[in-house]
Design a protein around this ligand. Sequence first.
Ligand SMILES: [Zn+2]
Length: 229
Amino acid sequence: MLRRLAELVYPRNIYCMRCGDTIDDSRRHGLCDVCIRCIPWAGENPFQAYMDEFAFDDVWPVVRYGAHVRGMVHGLKLHGQTYIARNVGQLLAERVLMESASWHVMTAVPLHREKQRRRGYNQAAMLAEYAAAELGVACRTDLLIKPRVTGSLRLADSRMRRHMLADAFKVPDCKRREIAGKHVLLVDDVCTTGSTADACARALKEAGAAGVTLLCFAASAGYRKGEDA
Ligand SMILES: [Zn+2]
C-alpha cells in the first residue's frame, strides 16, 4: 500500500533521483546522464584493511559515500523520498549479481520501533525489499530488532559508537533457528564507521549465523582520514 502510494506521488523515473532534472522513463536507475557519470561507483570493500576489527565478513557497496551522493541518502532517510529506494534497491540487486559468493537469507538493519513509527518507514528495510523483489528472493526484515534506543551517533567516534551500540541489536529468540548456520546478507543505506553493521553482525553471529555480508548503497572508511563522520 505504502509502495503503491509512493508510485503515485513519485511516478517512476520522471526526475533524476540525484539532481531532480527531468528524465525519461528509459533511465533504468533514475539518474540523468550527468549524474550517472559523476557518481563515485565503488565495488571495493572500503574496510578491507581493517576487517579484523569487525564482526561482518565482507562489504558490498554500490557507491563511495561523500558529497556526491549525500543528497540522495538524506532524501531517502530524512525527507521521505521513498521513490529513491526503488532505484537504489535495483542498484543493490545488480551489485549482488556481481558477486559469486553465496548467501542464504537477506535482512536489513532495523530501527527502534518508536523511531520507525515517527519516520513512517525504515529506509534500510525498503532498500532490502526492493532489492529482494528484483532478485526474486524473500527478504526477512524480522530477523533483527533494535530493542534499545541509542543516542545520536553523528558526532561520536568509532570507539564511542561501538560502546553506544553494544547490545543495541538482537535476534528474537523465535528467529534464532532460522539463522543458525546461515550466511546472512545484511542491507543498510550507508556505512561510514562500520559500527552499526558491526553491532548487527555481532547479534546475528551470537544467534548462530555462520557469516554476515553487508550490502549497502554508500560506504566509505573515510572517517579514518577525518572525512565523513
Ligand atoms: Zn541528475
